[in-house]
Structures are given as structure tokens and as C-alpha cells.
Design a protein around this ligand. Structure first.
Ligand code: ADP
Ligand code: MG
Length: 476
């Protein structure tokens, strides 16, 4: 980026709350149902149908607000945001406007550039709109209203982010926090997290903000970062040429890698907000707010710090292990069951995550318990089996409910440290490769690895590689 201009970014993030039902009716809020099968008079906006607020949605929004350090208001008010669009059957969206649920929070993010505290301006509750489908009916647009009325929170930051990397780090942190709270699954592909990025630039050191644009249609965290880079370059080119940046909404085109102006909706800024007459103000007494605060779990940032302090883990490990609460729990159970912390960390970040990725699940979902894995790692630690066999045994453990000890016994993977057996394999291998043996003796040291490999193969992986190494050196 330029040395003349600095970048200013503010994010608006819509997050779908993990409720069973919609925000104002009892239709299921699930993703993926057949189009228009999760609708009723309330979310279709039929005359006379009245909204009733979903208490579970309020609880989740409240937890999110508190976890982001916001001040939660004892009274917040739902409002109608009026506009015409085919995905909005009522002709208005129920949202919160002048008196939102919560304001003035913050999230601290860390990047290579350092730490930054990003202020959260507000969090409010609102309902989602339906979804236009452009590819179902040839030459026509269809609408699926299953999503209409699904509960969201909108999280709005102050323009405190200064680079695409920081924007991305903010989103990663936010997703982790909301995941810890079970507030949302933040799945961008399914639309349960949507981000609009507001971007401006200004001369380095300027105190006033430049004119911003709002970039939409961002389908992944990397799209957010890429789109910001592209938009900043576009604005720099304009200002450098003495042309102004025009305040507008832009759409990110992932395929072409550019932004283009969005067709402006008519009167899009005249939403004629007014308080929703069919819903009373949302009142949360202090006791409910305080109880929600007390029930918050340890959050990712605190847990990262604790993992470094309590377990002496590298910052990197702490970051990987705490990315999801369930994985962090698994690691802690492993360490509590007696596995040395760094070994537990290596096994979770390595073999366990590999097995989990193969199945497209999290480590905690693998059909092994932390206690069972701890038992296996004890066998590796005391040399009963090698590290390599340990990985094989682990894989077998995920395929049946046999314990590590049973598998080791039945499969005969016990590590061979018996000198007689080792000598036998070594003798065979040296005899079979006289050429390599001569070259090794003449000084080609790196051939030792070749011999170790052959012996391991001859032993079907059961030889203790450290012993093999030592014995080979003397025999050769
Ligand atoms: P609007 O009235 O267009 O909705 P707001 O001032 O309410 O604009 O801010 C909406 C979002 O845009 C917020 O996330 C805010 O941080 C961000 N924002 C506001 N001004 C700027 C700016 N000059 N550059 C970058 N982001 C900005
Ligand atoms: Mg806005």
C-alpha cells in the first residue's frame, strides 16, 4: 500500500443467531429446507398477523453483546425499516434503529502489524429478508422466503481498522468469540455471517476521514481482504489523479477480482424508520443482564493467554488450539489426563487434526476420547511403541472402539528394541546393499538414512529407530 495515503475500514457484520425458530414466529430457522416450506402468516406479512419476540434470540444477542464488551441497554426498541424489494414480503424489515440492544464494545485483534483495539459501535437485533434465486427458473427470478424473519444481529464497528489483514483478523476473532458462545455458526457459505466493508483512504496523518465506499457481496474472509486491497488501489488512483472518490455501494466480483457500482435502489436512504407498533420495547432488567454476563464462558483471547501461561505453550500453539472451544477442551482434557502439554499440543495440531480434516469434522467430534488418546500417548512416551506406530494406532482407534492397549497387543505394533532381532534386520540390509555400505564407509554419511529406512521397512515399522541408528553406525 501507498506511503502517501492510509487506509480506514469499518465493518458491518450480519450474524445469524443459532435459534431453532425465527425471530417473530415459530417457523424453523434451519438452513437448507425446500424453498417456501418454513413460512407462516407472520413472516409472510399477511394482514393481521402479529409478531412475538423469540426469547432465545434475545438471550443469544445478549451474550454476543456482553462478550464484545458492549454496554447493554435495559430498554431497546424495534423499528420498521421501510423499503420495497421482492425478498421482503411485509414491505418493511423489523430492526432496531435509534435504541439498539447494545453499544460501545471493543475487540482486540493481533496481526503481524501489531495489536489493535477495534471499537464496536453497536449491536442490534433484526430479522433477515428472503432470498432471490436467479438460477431456478429460466429468465425469471424466484424467491425463497424461508429465510424471511430469521434472527440476526448486526454488529457495526467504528472505522478503526487500518489494513485488509486487520479486517480479516477482526472477522476471525469475531467468529471465534461467537463460536465459543454458541451464538452462531458463522458459516459464510450458508449466509449465516455476512460482511460489508466500508473503505476510505486519507493522506497519512490527516485527522478527517476520507469519503467512504461500501463493498458488498463478500463471500469469504479472503474475499473481504482481497476486495479491500482492490478498492484501496482504486481510490488511490482516483485521488492521485486529482479526482474525488464518490460515496457509493460497490459489489465485489470474485471471478474478475474487481468492484463495480451496485444499481442504486430507489430512495434507498429514505427508510422512514418508525417504532414498530406491534412490539413493545424490549426490556432487560439488570439481573438478567448480569446473569448472562456471569454465564459467559472463558473467551478465546483469555484462553490463549492462559494456555501460554499455564501450559507453557508457544503463542502459535495456543492460537491454533483455542480457535474452537471444543478443540481447546479436548487439549485440556488430554493434558489433564497426564499427557505432557507440548506433546498433547503436537498430537492435537498434527495427527488428530489430520484425521479430523479427512472427515471434515472437528477434533472433538472424532470417535476417540481424550482419556483414550492420553493412554496411547503414554505408550509412545515410555517407548512401548514408536511415534509412527502411535499415529497408526490412533487411526485405528478412530475406526473402532478398541483401546490403544488392545490395538497394540492385537496388531503387534509394540516397538522392537530387542538387540537380537534388530541385529538380524541390520545384517540382512547391509548384506543386500554392499555398494551403499562401501560408499558410506568411504564417507558418504547421508547414506545412514537410507539404511535406517531399509531396516525400518524390514521390521515393518516396528524397530525403534533410535536403536537402529546407533546399531547401524557400529555395524557399518
Ligand atoms: P452510513 O451512515 O453510511 O451507514 P455510518 O457512519 O453509519 O455510515 O457507518 C457505517 C459503517 O461505515 C461503520 O462501520 C463505520 O465504521 C464505517 N465508516 C464510516 N465512515 C467511514 C470512513 N470514512 N471510512 C471507512 N469506514 C467508515
Ligand atoms: Mg449502514
Amino acid at each position: 500500500m501507498s506511503a502517501v495515503y492510509e487506509t480506514v475500514i469499518g465493518l458491518e457484520v450480519h450474524v445469524q443467531l443459532l435459534t431453532e425458530e425465527k425471530l417473530f414466529c415459530s417457523d424453523k430457522a434451519e438452513f437448507g429446507a425446500l424453498p417456501n416450506t418454513r413460512v407462516c402468516p407472520v413472516c409472510l406479512g399477511l394482514p393481521g398477523a402479529l409478531p412475538v419476540l423469540n426469547g432465545q434470540a434475545v438471550d443469544l444477542a445478549l451474550r454476543a453483546a456482553l462478550a464484545l464488551g458492549c454496554e447493554v441497554h435495559e430498554t431497546s426498541v424495534f423499528a420498521r425499516k421501510n423499503y420495497f424489494y421482492p425478498d421482503l414480503p411485509k414491505g418493511y424489515q423489523i430492526t432496531q434503529f435509534e435504541l439498539p440492544l447494545a453499544t460501545d464494545g471493543s475487540v482486540t485483534v493481533t496481526t503481524d502489524e501489531g495489536e489493535r483495539t477495534v471499537r464496536v459501535r453497536r449491536i442490534h437485533m433484526e430479522e433477515d429478508a428472503g432470498k432471490l434465486l436467479h438460477d431456478r427458473v429460466p429468465d425469471q427470478t424466484a424467491v425463497d422466503l424461508n429465510r424471511a424473519g430469521v434472527p440476526l444481529v448486526e454488529i457495526v464497528t467504528e472505522p478503526d481498522l487500518e489494513s485488509p489483514a486487520e479486517a480479516r483478523a477482526f472477522l476471525v476473532e469475531l467468529k471465534q468469540i461467537l463460536g465459543y458462545l454458541d451464538v452462531s455458526d458463522c458459516n459464510m457459505e450458508e449466509g449465516s455471517l455476512r460482511v460489508d466493508a466500508n473503505v476510505s483512504i486519507r493522506p497519512v496523518g490527516a485527522t478527517e476521514l476520507g469519503t467512504k465506499t461500501e463493498v458488498k457481496n463478500l463471500n469469504s474472509f479472503s474475499a473481504v481482504a482481497k476486495a479491500i486491497v482492490v478498492e484501496v488501489e482504486r481510490q488511490e488512483a482516483l485521488l492521485s489523479a486529482g479526482e474525488p472518490v464518490i460515496q457509493q455501494t460497490l459489489l465485489w466480483d470474485e471471478v474478475v477480482g474487481t468492484v463495480r457500482p451496485m444499481r442504486t435502489k430507489e430512495e434507498s436512504h429514505d427508510y422512514r424508520y418508525f417504532p414498530e407498533p406491534d412490539l413493545p420495547p424490549l426490556r432487560l432488567d439488570r439481573a438478567r443482564i448480569d446473569a448472562a454476563r456471569t454465564s459467559l464462558p472463558e473467551l478465546p483471547a483469555a484462553r490463549r493467554r492462559r494456555f501460554v501461561e499455564q501450559y507453557g505453550l508457544p503463542v502459535y500453539d495456543a492460537g491454533v488450539l483455542t480457535a474452537s472451544r471444543a478443540t481447546a477442551d479436548f487439549f485440556e482434557a488430554l493434558a489433564d489426563a497426564g499427557t505432557v502439554a507440548k506433546a498433547a499440543s503436537n498430537w492435537v495440531m498434527g495427527p488428530l487434526m489430520e484425521l479430523a480434516n479427512q472427515r471434515g469434522v472437528e477434533v472433538s467430534v472424532l470417535p476417540v476420547t481424550a482419556e483414550g488418546v492420553a493412554e496411547l500417548l503414554a505408550l509412545v512416551a515410555d517407548g512401548t511403541i514408536s511415534h509412527g506406530s502411535g499415529k497408526d494406532v490412533l487411526a485405528l482407534m478412530t475406526e473402532s472402539d478398541r483401546s490403544a492397549a488392545e490395538i497394540v497387543e492385537v496388531e503387534g505394533v509394540v516397538q522392537v528394541a530387542d538387540e537380537g532381532l534388530l541385529e538380524g534386520w541390520i545384517h540382512e540390509v547391509i548384506a543386500a546393499h554392499p555398494d551403499e555400505a562401501r560408499r558410506y564407509r568411504e564417507g558418504e554419511d547421508k547414506l545412514l538414512g537410507f539404511f535406517v529406512g531399509r531396516v525400518m521397512r524390514a521390521s515393518q515399522g516396528k524397530a525403534d529407530p533410535r536403536r537402529v541408528n546407533g546399531l547401524l553406525r557400529t555395524r557399518l
